[in-house]
Ligand binder design. Structure first.
Ligand SMILES: CC(C)(COP(=O)(O)OP(=O)(O)OC[C@H]1O[C@@H](n2cnc3c(N)ncnc32)[C@H](O)[C@@H]1OP(=O)(O)O)[C@@H](O)C(=O)NCCC(=O)NCCS
Length: 165
């Protein structure tokens, strides 16, 4: 584990660097996508509808990235999640999610991934999301998208259930 990493919002001139990292990674496209994901990411961040946060090393190297959109006072949609390949499977994406949850303790979150993405599904499950629904044949290879939600109530229920055992 890295000795020190900081989570913070992505600033103006870092947007291009993040989009390049997105372009270099594999994301199974949805049938509905009309342009490459890195272009959608760029437009979303530049419009400020989407906010990007990153985990950085002390040397300011990007480790992990995610972006989100505030739908209203209650709901936040999480979009792209990416950990730089050499840093994967070391808990960094889960750390970045926890930073987001700590920033918005009273909010509920939505996220989706594709059914073949075992690492992302494991990550989502470990963070306490619940599966909400599946969209069949949503991806270009005919596989489905899985949608998840997490509310503050989900978290409050967990310790009570634990105490009962
Ligand atoms: C998905 C992704 C963001 C996860 O980032 P990460 O920093 O490696 O995630 P974490 O280390 O916090 O957690 C990953 C979990 O998946 C597990 N995992 C990894 N590969 C796995 C696999 N093939 N099958 C099952 N679990 C797997 C890890 O062991 C870890 O679980 P654990 O905490 O129980 O040990 C990263 O793999 C990535 O950037 N992938 C490419 C882009 C992508 O697919 N993004 C999501 C698109 S919807």
């Amino acid at each position: 584990m890295m000795a020190y990493a900081i989570a913070r919002q992505i600033y103006g001139n870092e947007i291009k660097m993040v989009c390049k990292a997105i372009q270099g990674a594999f994301f199974l496209p949805k049938r509905s996508w009309r342009k490459p994901l890195h272009e959608m990411a760029y437009e979303g961040l530049m419009s400020r509808k989407w906010t990007g946060i990153g985990l950085f090393t002390r040397q300011k190297e990007l480790v992990a990235y995610l972006d989100y959109k505030r739908e209203n006072d209650t709901w936040i949609e999480i979009g792209i999640c990416l950990t730089i390949e050499k840093y994967r499977n070391q808990g960094y994406m889960q750390s970045l999610f926890r930073f987001l949850f700590d920033t918005y303790p009273n909010c509920s979150f939505r996220i989706c991934t594709y059914e073949k993405n075992a690492a992302m599904i494991q990550c989502i499950n470990r963070l306490g999301f619940r599966e909400n629904h599946r969209l069949i044949n949503d991806r270009i290879d005919g596989t489905c998208t899985i949608y998840y939600t997490k509310t503050p109530i989900d978290e409050k229920e967990a310790p009570l259930a634990h105490q009962a055992n």
